[in-house]
Design a protein around this ligand. Sequence first.
Ligand SMILES: [Zn+2]
Length: 217
Amino acid sequence: MNLVILGAPGSGKGTQAARIAEQGKIQHVSTGDLLRDAVAKQSPIGKQVESIMAAGKLVSDGIVLQLIRETLTDSDERGKWNGWILDGYPRNLSQAEALEGVLKDVGETVEGVVYIELDPDVIVERLSNRRTCASCKAVYHLVSKPPAVEGKCDSCGGELYLRDDDKPETIRKRLEVYDNETLPILGLYEKRYRVHRVDGSKPIDDVTTDITRLISL
Ligand SMILES: [Zn+2]
């Protein structure tokens, strides 16, 4: 099963993609991981990515697509998995169209789209309650996973803080970008593929169960 997973920042998209991948023996193709792996391996593209990121610039669509192409045409990998789930790409309509081109090229096709729906206010509430350890980067949640001692990391005693990315005003901005840039992809996918909408406000396990049922994993 070849899937694309879509959802706003804070919707639990990455977590769900990883779970679905594990349950269905599907390859989790996360663009963030692809970039990190390429840098770690110091492949020619990896070295390019490293210098782009070191300069504080954004990695181009072309590079990300190249990494996706390499992943989907790695026959050793293909043999190990029952398909793939694409997480973190596409993020806008032009990327979606470019992806179609690559898939056609490599003889692959999207077989289903999972869309995790979640109210923006719930996302803001979820993310703004996150606290990150300044030393070991462990992540806590003031409501669902509070530290034993307020403001201190359970595992290393480090100071917990609110990341800039998790501040309500930053989240609202990221959600706005998501609505304007990423959400239009849904319209395109609804015309071409089967889009499975999932209620992301449920507990994590229930969301996973809903997705596996919808895609009949
Ligand atoms: Zn810590």
